[in-house]
Write a protein that binds this ligand. Structure first.
Ligand code: AMP
Ligand code: ZN
Length: 463
């Protein structure tokens, strides 16, 4: 089955066709670094990581950009409350975020642009929007986007502009879907902003949250790119506003595919800072959660369905993780690696079909577990062939490169290796053979052997 995604803007599944053959530009809205991220946030980031891992597995060169929102209403408020600088707050929480990402075995993005480094691009875009009369100034030095000037406004979230009170404006970054309003591209300086402001031709101030993501994504991926992701709460107003600003500024289509993941819930409600019903990675570490157990809980539900997080499910997660690790040990004892030569068992095709169908992780996991059970029976009965052992090793390796569920796995691909594989793939697609060979040599020095097969790059640990 061809790779298909549920494109939020089309409200339907459709085949995926990248703009440039073999390459994917992927933008994922990153954290607002005003506090520690909770595992609800990580559900979204883990879905995005899974998407990237699957695209890499299929042989795409993925340019993954995850922004860091390091200036907005929340970050400024926190810095003020703590009597410290914006930079001190945002650096502290960016570092914590990166530590958590790493602990959860997420593969690093290609780049992590910060909003505060994109101010010139933001100003350039606002100037264009003012020139073209999509935006207007206010006396306090703020600039607003006029949503009535863009006939497609509301297409992503199907909102009704009739409910907009004529000319109403909102300065806050977050607001309700029932009250679409002109939103701030630039917020004129106020006393509460303290030292946080930049010069702009229309007055000192700071950017609105939405224009930050338009500027950072366009700077990194160009005016028109393949995939943009976020949690469902990002759809309105954030992504709706990104589309309006970007398309009006560039006269180009902005994004082809919009993917949104559902909420992680606790006790029937969305896990969120404001409700106080959240767990951070550090809370879960303290009570003995492994990264694999968290990964299993977050990935075993389909990304477009709500899932409930529960401490009680730790036992079940641990059991699954142990089962997979035991399976690996059993294959290890039979020297399965020696017989692996890039061939995969038939069940892999079923697994691939499910993953290609809008990343259907529950069904893909079911295929994997029933295959693992069958192989375990053959191992019990001592009736497994060398070819089957080799195929089993290959499938387990592929599986773990996508789900990352094996503890201390020797099959697991560390993040830096995944990154080099991605770079090598890109080099090969651009016919940069020397670069591709150099990366292969670097990987060899790191203890990894790459081979090129019809289903893409295959990697094995030496020794
Ligand atoms: P923020 O740091 O608030 O900008 O959020 C970072 C990401 O986490 C966004 O993509 C949100 O949509 C997502 N998010 C926030 N809460 C949850 C939740 N309970 N479940 C899943 N994703 C969430
Ligand atoms: Zn964003």
């Amino acid at each position: 089955m061809a790779l298909r995604f549920y494109n939020s803007i089309k409200r339907a599944k459709e085949d995926f066709h990248p703009i440039e053959t073999g390459k994917v530009g992927l933008y994922t809205c990153g954290p607002t670094v005003y506090d520690t991220a909770h595992i609800g946030n990580f559900r979204t980031f883990m879905f995005e990581d899974l998407l990237k891992r699957w695209l890499l597995h299929l042989g795409f060169a993925v340019n993954h950009v995850m922004n860091i929102t390091d200036v907005d209403d929340k970050t400024i408020k926190k810095a003020q409350a703590q009597g410290t600088s914006l930079l001190k707050i945002t650096s502290k929480y960016t570092d914590l975020f990166m530590d958590d990402l790493n602990w959860l075995k997420m593969t690093p993005a290609t780049s992590y642009p910060k909003a505060t480094n994109s101010i010139p691009k933001i100003i350039e875009m606002i100037e264009i929007l003012l020139d073209k009369k999509f935006a207007y100034r206010e006396d306090d030095g703020s600039v607003y986007f006029n949503i009535k000037s863009f006939p497609e406004y509301g297409k992503l979230t199907n909102i009704n502009l009739e409910s907009q009170k004529s000319g109403s404006r909102i300065v806050s970054d977050e607001y309700d879907k029932d009250s679409p309003q002109d939103f701030a591209l630039w917020k004129g300086w106020k006393k509460e902003d303290g030292e946080v402001y930049w010069d702009a031709p229309w007055g000192n101030g700071r950017p609105g949250w939405h224009i930050e993501c338009s500027a950072m994504s366009i700077e990194a991926l160009g005016n028109h790119f393949d995939i943009h992701c976020g949690g469902v709460d990002n759809m309105f107003p954030h992504h709706e506003n990104e589309i309006a600003q970007s398309q009006c500024a560039t006269d180009k289509p902005f994004v082809n595919v919009w993917l949104h993941s559902e909420f992680l819930m606790v006790d029937g409600g969305k896990m969120s800072k404001s409700l106080g019903n959240f767990y951070c990675v550090s809370d879960l570490k303290k009570i003995g959660f492994s990264p694999e157990c968290i990964r299993y809980q977050l990935l075993s539900g389909h990304y477009r369905t709500k899932i409930s997080f529960s401490i009680d499910k730790k036992h079940e997660g641990d059991k699954v993780v142990r089962r997979i690790s035991n399976f690996q040990s059993r294959l290890n004892k039979r020297n399965a690696l020696e017989f692996a030569d890039g061939l995969l068992p038939e069940s892999y095709q079923k697994f691939k079909k499910q993953m290609n169908d809008d990343l259907n992780t529950p069904k893909a996991l079911a295929v994997f577990f029933s295959w693992m059970k069958a192989v375990n029976i053959k191992l019990d009965q001592n009736s497994i062939t060398e070819i089957e052992l080799g195929k089993a090793w290959e499938f387990l390796t592929v599986f773990d490169s996508i789900f990352g569920l094996i503890q201390n796995s020797i099959a697991e691909i560390p993040a830096e290796v995944a990154l080099l594989l991605n770079k090598r793939n890109k080099a090969r697609l651009e016919n940069k053979w020397n670069e591709s060979d150099n990366i292969r040599d670097m990987l060899k020095d790191m203890g990894w052997i790459v081979s090129d097969t019809s289903s893409g790059q295959h990697i094995k640990k030496t020794n």
